[in-house]
Design a protein around this ligand. Structure first.
Ligand SMILES: [Zn+2]
Length: 123
């Protein structure tokens, strides 16, 4: 679980939003500077468009992490679902026995496990 060092509780979407507002403020300040300079700044336009596109993902990251963990737990609590999920192209599902030309990367279950491990700093 990713813990906030300031609240000592799991990060929430509200925590993420509070921190993301710092980047919002940076872009707002940049926009003011651009207006004061009296000329358009293509770098600003690109960064602002990128930020608007990716910000919702960052904001929802804590909730998405909880969803992924819940889905992994559901799979692991139901042994029959584990048999159903085995992916012949997944190097983890096949314990590394899949030939390289048939390797399709990690299946959604193992990708989810990897995401959780990275988010929680255990990998
Ligand atoms: Zn797998």
């Amino acid at each position: 679980m990713t813990i906030s060092p300031t609240t000592n509780k799991p990060f929430t979407t509200e925590d993420a939003d509070r921190l993301l507002r710092l980047a919002d403020q940076f872009l707002e300040d940049w926009a003011v500077d651009m207006v004061n300079d009296g000329k358009p700044d293509s770098d600003y336009e690109e960064r602002n468009a990128e930020w608007k596109a990716i910000r919702p993902l960052f904001e929802q990251a804590p909730a998405m992490l909880e969803v992924i963990k819940g889905l992994i737990q559901q799979i692991e609590d139901d042994p029959e679902s584990a048999d159903f999920l085995i992916d012949a192209g997944c190097i983890e599902c096949t314990a590394g026995t899949v030939p390289n030309h048939l390797n399709t990367g990690l299946c959604p279950y193992h990708k989810g496990k990897q995401v959780v491990a990275k988010a929680e700093g255990t990998r």
